[in-house]
Ligand binder design. Structure first.
Ligand code: FNR
Ligand code: 8K6
Length: 346
């Protein structure tokens, strides 16, 4: 296949990507003791260095941000050392790599850290932790304002740690119903202070995290993933539209590396967004947009050629095909993804 997808993309003055393919962030739950990245993880990411950009699996910024077993961290010296092996492996292959910074908010459980579960409001997610079905999600405690300020500092510190570990930048995980997204939707944010109630208040935490990280490592090295269309871990509300209108308007005036849609299927539509989440973001944000969700080489090519996205993130097919880019380029068949592949890092 020959296509725009194989042409370089200048992300900004400091970063040029070799092609338009981005490895979507994919949690694999394979960190070692102390939530330290392993040699196997370095080899796994290294095998994918021919992607234009790799976004790592979500990485927790501090202990109470954890919601699943063995998800790697970026808050101890050992974790930073472990990530350095990963970034070295990717750079040795000529690739670029961003760390996805994560706090799960109410989707955490004291099982992981023996501390309280914190969230914008004291509203539990119904259900149990995946793969650990005996752990029922708890009612979180609503964050105090000083605790929110501390979280913003902790995100910025994790971003600085990422640069120390050799990453080219970070992607803030503001999607999929985790902490930042919990502030952005009415279903999970019932606050009555400066962080709730109005669109500007509900968008405040996300913008404070963006600004703190950009001040620390540079906006051109900072990406953000957002789910304006609620589809997992929380419910959408027509009033959420105004929150994202405000947020995207603010982001449009800032320097960022890119925005990335958080979704499992780009074809999903949302009444309150008048269609697809990706088209909604494109209409409200002039910077670089990364699309994702059930994209095939053909639909990705079509989306980039028609200007719907600038870059295309590929998730599940990359779990099954470390040599995805090569296969697509040469027209070789792809190994189909299946959940049976998850327990190993191919
Ligand atoms: C994901 N996804 C995801 N998203 C994210 O922002 N951070 C993460 O850590 C993860 N982890 C993760 C693990 C697994 C096993 C899957 C299948 C998905 C979502 C992922 O980035 C992507 O948006 C979706 O998989 C849709 O793209 P594909 O798979 O259809 O190309
Ligand atoms: C085991 C840890 C995995 C954590 C990362 C997220 C993985 C998937 C989470 C939920 C998947 C729900 C998908 C719902 C999609 C509906 C779209 C039609």
């Amino acid at each position: 296949m020959t296509s725009t997808l194989f042409t370089p993309f200048k992300l900004n003055d400091t970063l040029t990507l070799a092609n338009r393919f981005v490895m979507a962030p994919l949690t694999r739950c394979m960190a070692g003791p102390g939530l330290v990245p392993t040699e196997q993880m370095a080899a796994y990411y290294g095998r994918r260095a021919d992607l234009g950009l790799i976004v790592t699996e979500a990485v927790i910024i501090r202990p109470d941000g954890q919601g699943y077993p063995n998800t790697p961290g970026l808050f101890t010296p050992e974790q930073i050392q472990g990530w350095r092996k990963v970034t070295d492996a990717v750079h040795a292959g000529g690739g670029k790599i961003f760390a996805q910074l994560w706090h799960v908010g109410r989707l955490s459980h004291p099982f992981f850290h023996q501390a309280e579960v914190l969230a914008p409001s004291a509203l539990a997610h119904e259900g149990t932790v995946p793969r650990m079905r005996e752990l029922t999600y708890q009612v979180p405690r609503a964050l105090t304002v000083p605790e929110i300020e501390q979280l913003v500092r902790d995100y910025a510190q994790a971003a600085a740690n990422a640069i120390d570990a050799g990453f080219d930048g970070v992607e803030i995980h503001g999607a999929n119903g985790y902490l930042i997204d919990q502030f952005l939707h009415h279903d999970t944010n019932r606050r009555e202070d400066n962080y709730g109630g109005s669109p500007a208040n509900m968008a405040r935490f996300a913008l404070e995290v963006v600004d703190a990280i950009a001040a620390r490592i540079g906006g051109e090295r900072t990406g953000l993933r957002l789910s304006p269309g609620a589809y997992v871990h929380l419910k959408g509300d027509p009033r959420d539209r105004a929150v994202f209108d405000h947020l995207l308007g603010e982001l449009d005036n800032r320097t960022l590396a890119y925005l990335h849609v958080g979704i499992f299927d780009d074809a999903l539509t949302f009444d309150y967004l008048d269609g697809r989440a990706s088209d909604y973001i494109r209409a409200h944000y002039r910077g670089t947009l990364v699309g994702v969700g059930q994209l095939t080489p053909e639909s990705a090519d079509e989306a980039v050629s028609s200007g719907r996205f600038d870059l295309v993130a590929i998730g599940r097919p990359l779990i099954a095909n470390p040599d995805y880019v090569q296969r697509v380029r040469s027209g070789a068949e792809l190994v189909p993804y299946s959940e049976a592949l998850l327990p190993q890092l191919v």
